[in-house]
Ligand binder design. Structure first.
Ligand code: GUN
Ligand code: ZN
Length: 428
């Protein structure tokens, strides 16, 4: 069945930082959808047809749904936990909360609520760390598959350095990941990410098992954390005294490459930057988390200049907002501290096509190109009285986007579509 979704339609086909010619905008636009895929995008006058079902979102903006390339499923009740930096925060709040995901009933309930929060905030694809329990990944994939939502997720591998309730072993983590890949990778829209949590919580044996999985499944992503916090780095290097630097630990275990997502990547040595660029490993910037945990200021421009592709992500529950709009807001401020300016066109490119490029999934998500999934977000730049007041003085599309970027959150998300299906109660 075909349907037409009408509004002010915007997407990107190139990075605004590279070229003036980067976006497509149809002021009186529409998106033609069939079986959850985009068939055509253009002016409403050209796409309308008698008898075609039509949803009218004017005057709102319609963009590709947001992509969140780094988030922790079992931390949805850890967000807003007071007073600690990374290692204390993990020990005090995070590991105990993740232990509860051994219970399949808890994991299943939380998986539905997790996906509800993503779509309420306009996020249509996320890359999620689950807990170390196979049940948590089963629950996540089951819930996402039922919604036809493109999720990338993995059971965390962690065999030391936390509490027994969240520890696996090198062998069990290999076996469980292998079984999850067999069940879920490529099933519908689900994909598996091999997920060693970080070097502190993995023995060398476990990182070797992760590297073996990556070699056996080169089409799976790999996700982990790198150089987030100074104490973390010092402790990591003490655990791996033979490593040249933090990245070298992952490199030595065969974990780098274009499918590898390295969360945070803040305090990097020149050699690490050069190797990330050579291996085409991705950095993932998590601005609200980096500020909340006092971790540091990501060098977006420096990594870009070195030829590294970066994503931008919430990192809930170290991150403080589910909203990619709020994530772009805090990202803007961190770039300010670094002396660069994040243009709203570049910001919205980043949260959509840019993150799709970081995942190597730009043919499937992140743009409105025909053939892509009809994963959409409908945004209202006048969603709150304060935004409407500010918008009275906005005369360009860039200004409207910037209001959304700085003042917007889930209230600005009028609707979210997953594979052509509206996720919010009303269609408005
Ligand atoms: N490093 C290892 N685990 C985590 C986590 O859960 N959150 C963050 N922010 N950093 C980590
Ligand atoms: Zn994280």
């Amino acid at each position: 069945m075909q349907q037409l979704i009408r509004g002010r339609v915007l997407d990107f086909f190139a990075d605004p930082a590279d070229t003036e010619q980067n976006h497509r905008y149809h002021e009186n636009g529409a998106i033609l959808i069939e079986n959850g895929r985009i068939l055509a995008v253009g002016d409403h006058a050209d796409l309308r047809r008698a008898g075609l079902e039509e949803v009218d979102h004017r005057p709102h903006l319609i963009l590709p749904g947001f992509i969140d390339p780094h988030i922790h499923f079992p931390q949805l009740q850890v967000i807003a936990s007071w007073g600690a930096q990374l290692l204390d925060w993990l020990n005090t709040y995070t590991f105990p909360a993740e232990a509860e995901f051994a219970d399949p009933a808890h994991a299943a309930r939380m998986a539905g609520l997790f996906l509800d929060q993503l779509t309420a905030h306009g996020t249509t694809t996320a890359v999620a760390f689950c807990s170390s329990h196979k049940t948590s990944a089963e629950a996540m994939f089951t819930a996402a598959h039922a919604r036809d939502m493109a999720m990338i997720a993995g059971k965390v591998m962690m065999d030391r350095g936390a509490i027994p309730a969240v520890h696996d072993t090198a062998q069990s983590s290999y076996d469980d990941s292998k079984a999850l890949i067999a069940s879920w990778h490529g099933k519908g829209r689900q994909r598996y990410a091999i997920t060693p949590r970080f070097a502190i919580t993995s023995t060398p044996e476990q990182l070797a098992a992760a590297g073996q999985l990556a070699a056996e499944h080169p089409d799976c992503h790999v996700q982990t954390h790198l150089s987030e916090n100074r104490d973390e780095i010092d402790y990591t290097l003490s655990l791996y005294p033979q490593a040249r630097d933090y990245l070298d630990i992952y490199e030595a275990h065969g974990l780098l490459g274009p499918k590898t997502l390295l969360g945070h990547s803040i305090h990097l040595e020149p050699r690490e930057i050069a190797r990330m660029a050579e291996t085409q490993s991705r950095a993932v910037f998590c601005p609200t988390s980096n500020l909340f945990l006092g971790s540091g200021l990501f060098d977006a421009e420096g990594l870009r200049a070195a030829g590294i592709t970066s994503g931008i992500a919430t990192d809930v529950g170290g991150g403080t907002s589910w909203s990619m709009l709020q994530t772009l807001n805090e990202g803007y401020k961190i770039l300010q501290m670094r002396g660069t300016r994040l243009h709203p066109m570049a910001a919205f490119h980043w949260a959509t096509r840019g993150n799709a490029l970081a995942l190597g999934m730009e043919d499937e998500i992140g743009t409105l190109a025909p053939g892509s999934a009809a994963d959409l977000v409908v945004l209202d730049p006048r969603a709150t009285p304060a935004m409407a007041l500010r918008a009275e003085r906005a005369s360009t599309l860039s200004e409207e986007l910037f209001i959304l970027q700085i003042m917007g959150d889930d209230r600005a998300v009028a609707q979210t579509y997953i594979a052509g299906r509206p996720q919010k109660g009303n269609a408005g």
